[in-house]
Design a protein around this ligand. Structure first.
Ligand code: HPA
Ligand code: ZN
Length: 318
């Protein structure tokens, strides 16, 4: 069975397991507003994207030092290696840290220091995508990007995430600047928001991949375009289930999407919160949908096609 080996939709802060949250809180002398690890875990039950985001942002309070960000990144890579991942493009919500008074250089230093040796230490090539928060003013994203560029840490691309509210168009100048500096562009769209949001990030932000994009299925002409242009969609099944974007995984529309020729990939999004890493996502879908070896091979190939890697690495991953 050929399992996907590329992960393209992963929020590093969404890999904060309850045990690590408690360990970092203790190291940093932070009092958490929970009655222990089990109490915290029991709160991982969400009614939608916003109810998840509230806990996700709150738990970031434990990330203070460069070492914290390094430990977070290392823990993800350790788990991803066990999942069979050989290439990962990971998101970091830089504004969620600078807004709390953590300097961008601290977060970026901790994450990129570990990513720099991910191939040697974990057998995983990697890249960092800076994700801007859509619920904040677009000028904040622009400022964040300028700071990231000025600091000079290695960055692969930019993205857009958080609550899918309001237009993406105000972020155009930030994405244009990123493009001019040679960065790749992706954006969350069509998760809770409508298919029109997918069109907007393609047309206005010029994204090369769409994160989630599952609601593109509500617009046939858009699906035709995504197929024709081979725009990858980074699907996150367990996330969609836990955030009630879909009612059940048993009728997750993956097979239909593959049959229509959409370049879909399977990813974990925020695995600590949604009950599984990328291998768990693939295993659940395989169990419930009866994915065939051919379909699994197509998912693996799609991941390699959708990755921002050079030809040499693409050939190795194939
Ligand atoms: N959607 C939007 N923003 C996010 C998500 C998500 O699933 N996870 C972390 N930030
Ligand atoms: Zn996401």
């Amino acid at each position: 069975m050929t399992m996907p080996t590329v992960e393209l939709h992963l929020h590093l802060e969404g890999t904060l397991e309850p045990e690590l949250i408690y360990a970092l809180a203790e190291r940093n002398g932070i009092d958490l507003p929970y009655d222990g690890i089990e109490d915290l875990r029991s709160r991982y039950s969400f009614t939608g994207l916003q109810s998840f985001l509230d806990l996700y942002y709150a738990n970031m309070v434990v990330l203070r030092t460069e070492e914290d960000f390094a430990d977070l990144t290392r823990a993800y890579l350790d788990r991803a290696r066990r999942a069979g991942v050989r290439h990962a493009e990971v998101f970091l919500d830089i504004q969620a840290h600078t807004a709390r008074g953590v300097p961008a250089a601290v977060a970026l230093g901790g994450v990129t220091g570990v990513l720099a040796t991910s191939e040697a230490d974990h057998g995983i090539t990697s890249g960092l995508i800076i994700t801007f928060l859509r619920h904040l003013p677009a000028e904040d994203a622009r400022t964040a990007l300028e700071e990231v560029l000025a600091l000079g840490f290695p960055v692969l691309g930019v993205g857009l995430c958080s609550s899918e509210v309001g237009p993406a168009a105000p972020f155009k100048d930030t994405f244009d600047l990123a493009h001019a500096r040679g960065l790749h562009r992706v954006a969350h769209a069509g998760e809770e928001g409508p298919a029109a949001n997918v069109r907007e990030v393609l047309d206005v932000l010029g994204v090369e991949r769409v994160d989630h994009g599952i609601r593109a299925l509500e617009d046939d002409a858009l699906v035709d375009r995504l197929v024709a242009e081979r725009v990858p969609l980074t699907l996150c099944p367990l996330s969609n289930l836990r955030l009630q974007v879909v009612d059940s995984l048993a009728d997750y529309p993956l097979v239909g999407m593959l049959e229509r020729g959409l370049v879909v990939t399977v990813n974990s999004d925020d695995p600590a919160y949604f009950g599984g890493y990328v291998d768990d996502n693939v295993r659940e879908l395989t169990r419930l949908l009866g994915l065939t070896p051919d379909q699994l091979a197509t998912l693996a190939r799609n991941g390699v096609e959708a990755a921002f890697v050079d030809d040499a690495r693409r050939a190795e991953l194939t």
